[in-house]
Design a protein around this ligand. Structure first.
Ligand code: PMP
Length: 405
């Protein structure tokens, strides 16, 4: 299917903005995506029409808000193809979801000396929560290395398993290299050792079909704001038997069944993990974002973005002294690069003056930067609302700016 990008762009009012008098070219989609009008309207609709605290009220509005929140949960369930809506926990985002698992899983399933396998390409969100647990509980982190193309070394991965391995926690797609990891194969390997797996889907869910039953990971997490939804809402998918087994992460209202000073009993799933008033407006807006993505079709999005990536790679490679980090055979629409010895920050700042938004720095992946032997990169990351013309302008701008150094 050929996407009508010009029409799609009109759904995103911010894309019409001018920055320093230049039309905005937004190439920072791996950090966060822009929002279609329908998502913002859903938020407004929620506050103006169905706003009341959920799950506690007998009155009309409270019941309507509860139903909207639970309907959103069912939409997420269907989007990920989870078995049950009990397996969908709303969190503040990927980071909170990983912290939840790091805390609850470590409490329930790990003791000093037990091991978690991570990879060198993880975002800090999938490193630091484990380091906190390592400092508290003496668990040990094992790290899968990458090859020079930016792909995980699977032989090394296999050799990291020991009888102390309790969990594998890896990203589906790197936010720096774009590498799409062979997570299905990695999950099978972990299961062969009876080890459960957590997949960080922050970068993958917006760009490819994710079917949690097919992947068979025990836990899968993502953020709403990276898939055209609002900030402050995200999802933890967990297999029901695992979520049942893990202790709550936070205590408060909603997550209890009964409370007395002698003993509190916890609510059933999914409420056990949603302490306090949930973001019931955010959840419905997230479902609206997923509906928007479904309207275009995730496979159409994947195919279009794949073409954009190929085109951008070709165009950027025409520039002298261009170094692209991440040449994996399976790669999503992210390009990290450096040009000659121009500092990434300088290039990013000058591109900004031309209306081109890219990200610079270590991208919350300092371990990876150390492995690559650099301090940071410039990163252009694409969405279905980007075009080849915008990539031409990025390439032309880099050529022009190069001349200034
Ligand atoms: N993991 C990856 C791979 C990411 O790219 C990001 C966001 N850059 C995160 C985790 C953290 O997501 P959030 O800040 O939305 O919690």
């Amino acid at each position: 299917m050929i996407l009508d990008i010009k029409k799609i762009q009109t759904d995103f009012p911010i894309l019409k903005k001018e920055i320093y008098g230049k039309p905005l070219i937004y190439l920072d989609n791996a950090a966060t995506t822009q929002k279609p009008r329908s998502v913002v309207e859903k938020i407004e609709y929620g506050y103006y029409n169905v706003n009341a605290n959920i799950h506690r009220g007998v009155h009309f509005l409270s019941q309507a808000a509860t139903e909207a929140h639970e309907e959103a949960r069912r939409y997420v369930q269907q989007f990920l193809n989870a078995r049950s809506s009990n397996e969908i926990i709303f969190t503040r985002g990927t980071t909170e979801a990983i912290n939840l698992i790091a805390s609850s899983f470590t409490d329930e399933c790990m003791s000093a000396g037990d091991e978690v396998i991570l990879s060198v390409m993880e975002h800090h969100s999938n490193i630091v929560p484990w380091q906190i647990q390592a400092a508290k509980k003496g668990i040990v982190l094992k790290v899968i290395p990458i090859n020079d193309w930016g792909e995980l070394c699977l032989d090394e991965y296999r050799s990291l398993f020991t009888e102390r391995t309790r969990l594998v926690s890896v990203t589906h797609m790197s936010n720096v290299l774009g590498t799409i990891n062979p997570v299905k194969e990695m999950i099978e390997e972990a299961h062969a050792h009876d080890v459960p797996v957590l997949i960080d889907g922050a970068q993958s869910v917006p760009h490819m079909k994710v079917d949690v039953q097919e992947l068979d990971a025990e836990f899968y997490v993502f953020s709403g704001h990276k898939i055209y939804g609002p900030t402050g809402i995200g999802v933890l998918y967990g297999k029901e038997e695992w979520l049942d087994r893990l202790p709550p992460y936070q205590g408060g209202g909603e997550m209890i069944a009964t409370v007395s000073f002698e003993k509190t009993t916890f609510n059933e799933l999914p409420f056990k993990f949603e302490a306090g008033t949930p973001d019931y407006i955010g959840s419905t807006a997230l479902a609206e974002a997923l509906r928007y993505v479904d309207g275009i079709g995730i496979d159409n999005i994947a195919a279009y973005e794949h073409r954009l990536l190929a085109y951008a790679t070709e165009r950027l490679n025409e520039i002298d002294n261009m170094r692209i980090f991440g040449q994996a055979a399976d790669k999503g629409a992210v390009i990290s690069f450096l040009v000659g010895d121009i500092h990434h920050y300088d290039l990013g700042m000058l591109l900004d003056r031309l209306g081109i938004a890219v990200r610079t720095g270590h991208h919350c992946a300092q371990l990876l930067m150390q492995r690559l032997g650099i301090e940071g990169t410039v990163r252009a990351s694409f969405s279905f609302y980007n075009t080849e013309e915008e990539i031409d302008q990025l390439a032309a701008a880099i050529e022009r700016l190069k001349g200034m150094f």
